[in-house]
Design a protein around this ligand. Structure first.
Ligand SMILES: [Zn+2]
Length: 458
């Protein structure tokens, strides 16, 4: 099997090629959970081996601590490598020796003044800008600080090759979007989130976890310390062992919680303010979102926290705050450009990201193909046609006709597609159904076949 190590080596080589080609500002897009710290350490090791100076900057203490450890373990010559927080380095920029390479982690922040002050001070240095999401919350790209972008492997490729686990996404909403207000920095205002939350959200979150992910170890992202605490209380009251952590939790307590989670003694950790790097929990198989965000970067970090692969694993994400409506499923392939996004992110074929459908019966979230929920089989209607307006009934009839026609066309196409196949070659429940229909078998046949092939859940 393709190893993560070779993925990382490939990234190092691409960076080297870009430098050879004369680029000085290089964005290296790398999806979460592909070990970008190791890629950075590899680069720093070969540079410092030749006595080239490396400067590593980042804006969060947890990331700095973790990177420092990885760099040391990886054999970087620390005499030639300076690592620091952007907030500190920017104040001492005049005292620095000129680095050959500047490495920036979480580089979607690199447009801010403190980063610019450092980067602009060393026009001759090579800048390697690492990020999973190479644009700011407002969509502004990194072309101001970089002249080329190396795009990492698409998510689909990482899933198909076993680097990321597949995901079932559920989105039972506990939030009234219309109450949300945006702050000047582009993120949702905390008080407005409070207003938007439905009062039952904590109890509902526990109930949905029990229904959709019972027994799975989970991490929940809450929108502040109090909500993380409330959620943990709700889990504990239901007999599910939970602890809450935040930026204020002492390091020793945090480590104790991580150890207990690792040992399986804690089922759910609820978290405020501590993102991926600050809390290194193993075996997260379920992510619960109670924090609405406008940041694609944060959204992907939350979602992909559950996607560390393990044989036979399917992760579960339960999104109670409509994040998927803003960004699409975390598993779609996205196209990144240096120029940023022009309003919405694009999928790999250049089209804007399609809106998702949430099944009203089971809350499964998917890109709709046909009229049935692919998770529970519920018949999907066109929701907007049930709007309260005098013509609603008429519209509903028309919509039903459209749906019936679309369904007939889809069935015809499906039957054409399986006409030359034998039952052994049928790969999906839909194919089996089409085959059964084509040959005039009773519906029960298709169900039985699909069950034999393990295509039906439950
Ligand atoms: Zn469903």
């Amino acid at each position: 099997m393709y190893q993560l190590r070779s993925y990382q080596e490939e990234a190092v080589k691409s960076a080297r090629d870009a430098v050879t080609a004369g680029h000085r500002g290089i964005v290296i897009q790398s999806p979460p959970r592909t070990g970008k710290t190791v890629i950075m350490a590899d680069i720093a090791r070969s540079a410092t081996k030749q006595c080239n100076r490396v400067l590593f900057i980042v804006h969060r203490a947890e990331i700095l601590a973790q990177a420092r450890e990885t760099f040391r373990t990886d054999g970087v010559n620390m005499r030639f490598c300076q690592m620091g927080m952007v907030q500190t380095i920017t104040r001492h920029v005049d005292e620095l020796k000129t680095p050959t390479i500047i490495i920036v982690d979480e580089a979607h922040h690199a447009l801010s003044r403190s980063y610019r002050k450092i980067l602009d001070n060393f026009p001759q240095s090579v800048k390697l800008l690492f990020t999973a999401t190479p644009w700011r919350m407002d969509g502004k790209g990194l072309d101001g600080v970089a002249d080329t972008l190396i795009q990492g492997k698409p998510i689909s490729w990482l899933m198909n090759n076993g680097f990321l686990a597949p995901v079932d996404y559920y989105a039972p909403s506990g939030l009234d979007n219309s109450q949300l207000k945006t702050k000047r920095n582009g993120e949702f205002d905390e008080n407005s989130i409070e207003q938007a939350m439905k009062p039952k959200i904590y109890g509902d979150t526990v109930a949905h976890y029990q229904k959709l992910a019972a027994g799975k170890q989970a991490i929940a992202y809450a929108y502040n310390v109090a909500s993380a605490k409330r959620l943990a209380d709700a889990f504990n009251a239901a007999g599910i062992t939970a602890r809450s952590v935040s930026g204020k939790t002492k390091k020793k307590d945090r480590e104790r919680i991580v150890a207990a989670y690792r040992a399986g003694k804690i089922q759910v950790v609820t978290n405020a303010e501590l993102f991926t790097e600050g809390l290194d929990l193993p075996n997260v198989d379920c992510v619960i979102m109670l924090r609405p965000t406008q940041s694609l970067s944060l959204y992907l970090q939350f979602a992909m926290r559950s996607m560390n692969p393990r044989e036979g694993k399917t992760a579960v994400i339960i999104d109670h705050v409509n994040n998927v409506e803003r960004f699409g499923l975390p598993t779609i392939d996205r196209v990144w450009t240096l120029g940023g996004r022009d309003k919405h992110s694009k999928s790999s074929n250049g089209e804007p990201i399609k809106s998702v459908t949430v099944c009203p019966m089971c809350f499964a979230t998917f890109y709709r193909h046909g009229d049935e929920c692919p998770f529970c089989g519920a018949l999907l209607t066109e929701e907007e046609t049930i709007a309260v307006d005098p013509n609603a009934k008429l519209k509903k009839v028309e919509a039903d006709k459209r749906v019936a026609l679309a369904k007939r066309l889809a069935e015809d196409r499906a039957m054409d597609a399986v006409a030359d196949k034998s039952p052994a070659e049928l790969k999906t429940y839909a194919e089996i159904k089409a085959y059964g229909k084509l040959h005039g078998y009773k519906p029960g046949w298709a169900y039985f076949q699909a069950k034999l092939k393990g295509l039906i859940r439950k």
